[in-house]
Write a protein that binds this ligand. Structure first.
Ligand code: F0G
Length: 452
């Protein structure tokens, strides 16, 4: 019997510092919604009770991270903190050249103009939206090739983050010369936080070696992905997460990472490469937009926090708690008949709003209707990933409940589940929305809406 054999999830940390959360009345929230044009991005954070908008930059840092920050060396060039950062990432990934950046999309902005460009195609399991935008901004096309199981939200296939290898080979056969690299996003955020298997990565590598195409990893949630591999993949149970992560990185030629996720940092990221020529070009771009090569848009203390966070995220008690507590939220919602993307993702639960609210047509944004209902009911902030965000190109109508790392306890999660119970009981009364004003691109951030 150990602590994990009990039903209650024991968070593998105790709390040293607390931050009050806001409680508002329903009448206040109604006014706030109206003022915000029913867009949750316009709600001030101090009017949000539980914030599930994103798991990015919202982690609670550890005592060791905070103390490491005090050691931050703020020298312009060659700061001690850079060498701590560089060594940690080299040890983790095995890559030679480590380039710090201020967040994930900064790595994308530097990297894709170098490898992309007009006429190029960058296939992947499914690109995150900033990744896609940066690939396309370089003139290249971003091509999503998720495995077919990913389209069925109710399938419990264990590795729905996988790439469709047959589809990939087909594209390569036609367009080999136009493909500078393939990018695998771990876990697959755009399709439910689902993991990629080691087998799929190995087979992708094998295929790409045959055609001499490099493989890169978007490592934002690599540790969650590695732990899913340990839990679900044959022969992996006895391996440590560090070993699995090492194998993941060894199959690729480099990685881009937003350290705002699995590194528990509030800001930061990196680009890690083996190729010297690419590195020289990337460093040149880095100096133009981010900063000198040993800080890349970050303070020395940020480099320290990231380095320490990357060690902590490989602790298996943490990862066990992390994936278990996310799944627990999913189980609780399903008890109230709330359909989710199955199986539960690593960093978030994705509610299938189209299934949950079949009386609201897609043109009236069922996902957004649910997100507004969650805020109106209890001050819970979530994010629509459907027709509002993807403007006619949405494959599903989802609401993402992203879980900040080490921030909320099991009682918070129980409370969220109870709120869903109340909404589920009167879901037929929920109404759709129409857009009052929206910009042409990235409209979900600033659009104003009105209820029907
Ligand atoms: N790649 C993935 C898989 C991401 O999820 C994100 C960000 C990025 C790259 C970009 O990193 O934000 O540091 O510039 N995802 C956040 C989210 C914003 O809410 O899922 P960034």
């Amino acid at each position: 019997m150990n602590e994990w054999n009990y039903k209650t999830i024991i968070e593998p940390f105790k709390i040293k510092m607390v931050e009050p959360i806001a409680f508002t009345t329903e009448a206040e929230r109604e006014k706030l919604l109206e003022k915000a044009g029913y867009n949750l991005f316009n709600i001030p954070a101090d009017k949000v009770t539980i914030d599930l908008l994103t798991d990015s930059g919202t982690s609670a840092m550890s005592a060791l991270q905070w103390s490491a920050m005090m050691r931050g060396d703020e020298s312009y060039a060659g700061a001690k903190s850079f060498f701590v950062f560089e060594k940690t990432i080299r040890d983790l990934t095995g890559y030679k050249y480590i380039i710090p950046v201020h967040q994930g999309r900064a790595a994308e902005k530097i990297f894709f103009p170098i490898v992309g460009g007009k006429g190029k195609i960058v296939p992947g399991n499914t690109h995150f939206d900033t990744t896609r935008a940066n690939i396309e901004a370089s003139g290249a096309a971003a091509l999503d090739l998720p495995c077919r199981q990913a389209a069925d939200t109710q399938s419990d296939y264990p590795f729905k983050g996988n790439i469709d290898l047959a589809a990939l080979e087909k594209v390569i056969k036609k367009k080999q010369r136009s493909i500078p690299l393939v990018l695998m996003t771990l876990t697959n955020n755009a399709l439910g936080g689902q993991p990629v298997s080691l087998q799929n990565l190995r087979e992708t590598r094998r295929l790409l070696l045959k055609y001499r195409i490099p493989l890169f990893i978007d490592a934002a949630r690599f540790a969650e992905n590695a732990y899913f591999i340990k839990l679900r993949e044959d022969g992996m149970a006895e391996k440590s997460v560090s070993q699995i992560a090492g194998e993941i990185f060894s199959l690729a030629d480099g990685a881009l990472m937003s350290a705002k996720k699995d590194a528990f940092a509030n800001i930061g990221g990196f680009l890690a490469l083996n190729n010297e020529e690419l590195t020289q070009k990337a460093r040149k771009a880095l100096i133009l937009t981010e900063g000198f090569v040993t800080y890349g848009g970050l303070a020395g203390r940020d480099l320290e926090a990231i380095a320490q966070g990357l060690l902590e995220v490989l602790e298996e008690d943490y990862l066990k708690y992390r994936l278990r507590s996310t799944a627990y939220l999913g189980e609780g919602l399903q008890k109230y008949g709330v359909p989710i993307v199955r199986p539960a993702g690593g960093h978030a639960i994705y509610v299938d709003a189209k299934r949950f609210l079949p009386h609201i047509p897609v043109s009236q944004f069922p996902g957004h209707a649910l997100a507004v209902a969650l805020y109106r009911q209890a001050g819970i902030r979530s994010c629509e990933l459907g027709s509002l965000m993807f403007n006619g190109k949405a494959k599903m109508e989802l609401v993402r409940l992203a879980i900040p790392r080490r921030v909320y306890t099991q009682s918070h999660v129980d409370w969220i589940i109870e709120v869903f119970g109340k909404i589920a009981a009167r879901k037929k009364a929920l109404k759709g929305f129409r857009i009052v004003w929206a910009p042409k691109e990235l409209r979900h951030f600033t659009a104003r809406l009105a209820p029907f």
